[in-house]
Design a binder for this molecule. Sequence first.
Ligand SMILES: Nc1ncnc2c1ncn2[C@@H]1O[C@H](COP(=O)(O)OP(=O)(O)OP(=O)(O)O)[C@@H](O)[C@H]1O
Ligand SMILES: [Mg+2]
Length: 255
Amino acid sequence: MLLQVNDVTRTFGGVKALDGVCLSIAKGEVHGLIGPNGAGKTTLINVLSGVMPATSGEVVLDGSPVQTLPAYKLAARGLARTFQNIRLFPAMTCLENVIAGQYLVAPRPFFPRFFCLPMAWRQEKEHRSQAMDCLARVGLASRADFPAGALSYGERRRLEIARALASRPRLLLLDEPVAGMRQKGVQQVGGLIRSLAAEGMTILLIEHNMSFVMELCATITVLNFGRTLTTGNPDAVSRHPEVIEAYLGASEDHA
Ligand SMILES: Nc1ncnc2c1ncn2[C@@H]1O[C@H](COP(=O)(O)OP(=O)(O)OP(=O)(O)O)[C@@H](O)[C@H]1O
Ligand SMILES: [Mg+2]
């Protein structure tokens, strides 16, 4: 297993956002994480990516416990994420936003840059070319010099993914990557996830778009009220009585 989440709990005052969550993701798997609003999906990604600590429990990445590591150390171990509420630098260009994602794993040493050594120029050129590859991967190469704030909503979602790819992750955590996107963008991101998985990347995919999750994921974990309701293949999960009840209950609440 590349990632194991053992009995993880996270509380906010009296709210138990995660209540003994268990999850295992095999190397190379595209694993779905679904559940009604407020189920704890984003909180789990926040804990896994070191944005906030777990209150208790263990997270094991490639055999080592990592639950106490900060975000930058997790990035160095091959973990990257996107944000449900897009977090880009709007005044910076798309290319600069992606380059910002590289800094987590490819720090620029001070002295070669300060003295303008050829090594610094070579590194800079290499980093820019890698960042351009990431933009091309999400179909945004032609937008490289546009400010991120000028992009359409769907393009900004894809730029988030490009920035995450810039750190060359082994494990990519995607928090609702196609939320609110048009069908064309959804298909584009679906194709990208397939091709990343075909290259061996492991992906944890949070989405409310059920057909998207069912098509892409061999295994799906369902969270409800911070607990793991079930894990299984798309067919078994979609027939699970408690999953149906959780979603019906949620839609009745909205009505
Ligand atoms: N920083 C925080 N402070 C206080 N409560 C929080 C915080 N973050 C999350 N929560 C609470 O934890 C619970 C789980 O929230 P979370 O955002 O993880 O759900 P989610 O499954 O991602 O929902 P959605 O599908 O709407 O994105 C909710 O009750 C939420 O209000
Ligand atoms: Mg969320």
